[in-house]
Design a protein around this ligand. Structure first.
Ligand SMILES: *Cc1c(COP(=O)(O)O)cnc(C)c1O
Length: 469
């Protein structure tokens, strides 16, 4: 199986979970039981955000070019990337203590929209949007898991954590960005019903799954462009089930992308691809959430699996905002991990964003190949996890970084798990049955076929027991 395909594949898995591993809260003293006062609510109109050219952010030069978030625009005047810039002066009128208390007060509630991990940080995400325009499945608030056995056993690390961003509505972190993009589209359609008749995306996997679910939830028509005969049932099923208009086109992924760009230039169809900077605003909340789950203690490393490299920048942006607004006094180093293959994404959309992020945090890049990622995934699963291949790349890269001493045994490191492993069952089955060409599958756990007779079963169990004794 080609791993590039495997890395892009998604499946029928729909997972609903609203749980928190560590909820930071103020310890109640045994003498007084008065709860701490909740922060004064602030009207969202005190804050604002706009699009600016990303180049003005990365070069730290002020720009006269900016656009309202209510405009439909994907690129700056010179064809570059855009970025959502917040009015930091307005946000700075409240100190770090204030923001920490505000965010902590919203965790785990059912209050609309703050019960969502993304919208609990609404003032930092899309401050201007009306609560009733928000399209949310209460995404975020994902589990931060102490990977004790994997860390100690395979890495000699005792402070290794996995942020399970894939334990989410459609099974990947793409939900975090899509709630923001679709909410803004929902707002634009209410402001002017003719402005956007639908939303389009060309993606084989997690993006189209998140995209079609959020559009369906808001009743917005969604159109998915997919390369015919190149994607699995698992990748198709979420958009189909969510009622997307699925166009199967006799071309490859790049061909679909080119067509959808032409179409969105002609028709009032909004483009939901990865250059869209709105999505990063939602994704950055996962970084804030990590700090919050550690009671605002900063980990040493955060390891992020990369593809088009938007998410690495989103994490950087989330951490950086927390530092700039005084919630923490430093930021973690980021390690961006990539899949090494001849057929990987050759031209990541967000490369400039990633370069800026890595420069700003003494970040590093590490890669892993197909066999390394499959082995790492199997080892992680053998300690009770169930990770996706992207997370396998991150874990394999982490093993290399430990071997080279770049990441030390005592460091606190967080691996970002980007999708749910249940989206990738075929890859795991292939590995465990040793069916992957030119791969040793050295951690395969093959099921044993046995006759329905006590003697035969006993023989097998005796063999097992003599091995473990
Ligand atoms: C989209 C995706 C990535 C890559 O994210 P980028 O922002 O493109 O770098 C990694 N893992 C999974 C599971 C994804 O769906």
């Amino acid at each position: 199986m080609a791993t590039a395909q495997l890395l892009n594949s998604s499946s029928s898995f729909l997972h609903h979970r609203r749980s928190l591993s560590l909820i930071s809260c103020t310890a109640t003293s045994p003498i007084t039981t008065t709860p701490p006062p909740l922060p004064r609510p602030i009207p969202a109109t005190e804050f604002s955000a706009r699009y600016v050219p990303f180049s003005s952010i990365s070069s730290n030069t002020p720009t006269a070019e900016s656009y309202s978030l209510d405009q439909v625009i994907y690129r700056s005047s010179d064809g570059g990337l855009l970025d959502v810039q917040h009015d930091m002066a307005a946000l700075r009128r409240f100190d770090g203590q204030y923001w920490r208390a505000l965010f902590d007060s919203r965790v785990g509630t059912t209050r609309w929209p703050h019960g969502s991990g993304v919208w609990s940080k609404k003032e930092w995400v899309l401050p201007g949007i009306h609560d009733s325009d928000i399209v949310s499945a209460f995404e975020g608030n994902s589990n931060l898991f102490w990977a004790e056995r994997f860390g100690k056993h395979f890495l000699h690390m005792s402070d290794l954590w996995v942020k399970h961003c894939g334990i989410s509505h459609t099974g990947s972190f793409k939900d975090l960005g899509m709630t923001v993009l679709v909410s803004q589209v929902n707002r634009l359609r209410k402001l002017n019903p003719r402005s956007i008749i639908g939303v389009g995306c060309a993606s084989t996997g997690d993006t189209s799954a998140a995209f079609s679910a959020y559009c369906a939830s808001a009743g917005i028509p969604s159109i998915v462009f997919l390369p015919a005969n190149r994607i699995s049932m698992a990748q198709l099923v979420q958009p189909i089930a969510n009622g997307a208009f699925v166009l199967s086109i006799d071309t490859d992924f790049d061909g679909c992308m080119k067509l959808i760009k032409q179409i969105t230039a002609e028709l009032p169809i909004y483009l939901a691809n990865s250059l869209n900077s709105l999505r990063l605003e939602g994704q950055k909340t996962a970084a804030i959430e990590i700090l919050q789950q550690f009671d605002w203690e900063v980990p040493d490393w955060v390891i992020v699996p990369g593809g088009n490299l938007g998410n690495i920048y989103a994490f950087y942006k989330g951490f950086k905002m927390c530092e700039e607004l005084g919630l923490v006094d430093r930021i973690p180093r980021l390690a961006e991990t990539t899949f090494a293959s001849a057929i990987q994404i050759g031209d990541p959309v967000s490369i400039e964003r990633a370069v800026h992020a890595l420069r700003g945090c003494e970040g590093i890049v590490e890669e892993a190949g197909e066999e390394e990622l499959m082995d790492a995934m199997a080892l992680a699963d053998s300690t009770g996890m169930f990770v996706c291949p992207h997370t396998g790349v991150a874990l394999a890269a982490l093993m290399k970084l430990r071997r080279s001493g770049t990441i030390a045994a005592g460091d606190r490191a967080v691996v970002v798990s980007t999708a749910h492993g249940l989206k990738f069952t075929q890859a795991k089955i292939d590995y465990h049955s040793g069916r992957i060409p030119e791969m040793e599958c050295r951690h395969a756990n093959r099921p044993v076929t046995v006759k329905p007779e006590i003697g035969a079963v006993m023989d097998q169990l005796n063999k097992l027991l003599s091995r473990t004794r």
